[in-house]
Design a protein around this ligand. Structure first.
Ligand code: FES
Length: 156
């Protein structure tokens, strides 16, 4: 997703290679985050939520709030003197490893914890012209219902 198509004030949902993801700006960690676009509570799309006053991603349905690590920070309905249900692993959102390169948010399409640091070893393809001010270009994104192999063919 090109950065020029993202808004730090609002999450954005996308379907990429069959995965429903939400991209959002985590101002606490100064990073774009890519989460599974399903709230762990009742599976509402987190992309329809908002960024709350503490900079957390908040689900539109019952207001659960998530930090940049996918950890649930708040369950508004949970009694304050009850068990810390928000900290239970089942209350976490899946987080995809992501990075920014060439003005584009990239993500690794597998949220399994074994890939948590994958982007330190495997980088997205670097396109030097996109960082070269002597080149001009226009970025946009468009949803195309193809597999990635077919779209590779189109762009090359
Ligand atoms: S579905 Fe997200 S808080 Fe209930």
């Amino acid at each position: 997703m090109p950065l020029c198509d993202l808004d730090k004030r609002a999450p954005l949902g996308k379907k990429v290679m069959g995965l429903d993801v939400v991209v959002w700006w985590d101002r606490n960690e100064n990073e774009w985050k890519v989460f599974d676009d399903r709230c762990p509570h009742r599976l509402a799309p987190l992309s329809e939520g908002r960024i709350d006053q503490q900079g957390r991603l908040q689900c539109v349905y019952h207001g659960w709030c998530f930090g940049g690590s996918g950890d649930c920070k708040l369950i508004p309905q949970a009694p304050l003197d009850g068990p810390p249900v928000h900290s239970f692993p089942i209350a976490c959102v899946l987080v995809y490893p992501s990075t920014v390169q060439n003005g584009i948010v990239w993500f690794w399409p597998n949220a399994d914890p074994q890939y948590k640091d994958i982007l330190t070893k495997k980088k997205p393809p670097y396109i030097p012209e996109l960082d070269d001010p002597s080149f001009s270009f226009h970025m946009f994104n468009r949803d195309i219902p193809y597999g990635y192999v077919v779209t590779d063919f189109i762009f090359y």
